[in-house]
Ligand binder design. Structure first.
Ligand code: AMP
Ligand code: MG
Length: 318
């Protein structure tokens, strides 16, 4: 297999990405959250390619990306308060799980056979340009091998997936750095399936109190809920007393070999999270370190998404 094409963030690069996608190929695309491994969501073989490249279990449904609310409405129904959420936060780091409409045209593999689909309108100019040029919805889970550390730069994508994909569109590092927040809106109460780049504090004024369904080890409705996920090779610990030889990832006043944010800023920490984990893992291997240890992060705002990822990275592996 040949190495992936590296496409520039230009009109030519966007057109090339769209052409590969229309032929059923796999292209890693930048979004504001993380890099996505995109394929034509209406093509069975294209979607099967995502599962194969990631080594992702077939029962884990994928997020479908569309350019705007109008495109989303051709695929799914919007029970209250879904439309208010879409109008408030799309484009942006919010995924809505919604009932599929008849004649939606999506591959059944995208939804793993469920009657619902997870939809998102990404806020990234390159992703928007490719969506419009491709002229079809794009399935795009994070562009990393299943269960491993999420990719937020083209280098992460290439290191993890290499020749298994046709191309990567290089638009530099992602601005948000953690995956989207996933909600299942319903008039009786909106469930939170995954904490992410949109914090609970800005959602609840619209939805009322969220019903949190995000505890590690809770029932496996979304793979974001799988207990071990985002795993580096080295064991990972949160907080606690550093032990000799460990690689320390700091935050705020806690200095380390690396830091998520020297000034204790949660948005900066989110942007740096997965890069720090990738770098710490490489350092741990180079120094034969016994483990990686991450400083404590406050459980508010974006801190919830950070702690969620770190708890899963620290969870016992299968
Ligand atoms: P990823 O794209 O790898 O970040 O993961 C996609 C997330 O969306 C996972 O947590 C999925 O379980 C979730 N998801 C996708 N489709 C559905 C659905 N129909 N119902 C519930 N969760 C979904
Ligand atoms: Mg992922």
């Amino acid at each position: 297999m040949s190495p992936p094409e590296i496409l520039p963030d230009t009109a030519d690069g966007h057109a090339r990405a769209a052409a590969i996608l229309r032929q059923g190929g796999l292209v890693a695309l930048p979004t504001e959250t993380v890099y996505g491994l995109a394929a034509d969501a209406t093509g069975d073989a294209a979607v099967a390619g995502i599962y194969a490249a990631k080594g992702r279990p077939g029962h884990n449904p994928l997020i479908v990306h569309v350019p705007d609310l109008a495109a989303a409405e051709t695929l799914a129904g919007f029970p209250d308060p879904a439309r208010a959420l879409a109008e408030a936060f799309w484009p942006g780091p919010l995924t809505l799980v919604l009932p599929l409409k008849p004649g939606h045209g999506l591959s059944p593999r995208v939804t793993a056979g469920l009657p619902t689909v997870a939809l998102r309108v990404p806020a990234h100019a390159a992703m928007q340009a490719v969506l419009r040029a491709a002229g079809r919805p794009l399935a795009a889970p994070s562009a990393n091998p299943s269960g491993k550390i999420t990719a937020t730069t083209p280098a992460h994508v290439l290191a993890g997936l290499g020749p298994r994909i046709a191309a990567v569109l290089d638009a530099g590092p992602c601005a948000v750095g953690v995956e989207s927040t996933i909600l299942a809106p319903a008039p009786s109460g909106t469930r939170l399936l995954r904490d992410g780049g949109l914090s609970r504090e800005v959602i609840e004024p619209i939805t009322g109190p969220l019903i949190a369904d995000t505890t590690p080890g809770a029932k496996l409705e979304a793979p974001g809920q799988m207990t071990s996920h985002y795993a580096p090779h080295a064991p990972l610990y949160l907080g606690g007393q550093p032990q000799p030889g460990e690689i320390i990832i700091g935050y705020g006043a806690v200095q380390g070999d690396l830091t998520l944010s020297p000034k204790g800023d949660l948005a900066e920490a989110a942007r740096n999270l997965f890069s720090c984990l990738h770098t710490a893992d490489a350092l741990a291997a180079a120094r034969n370190a016994p483990a990686i240890r991450v400083a404590e992060i406050p459980e508010t705002g974006l801190g919830r998404a950070l702690n969620d990822r770190l708890r899963r990275a620290a969870a016992p592996r299968d």
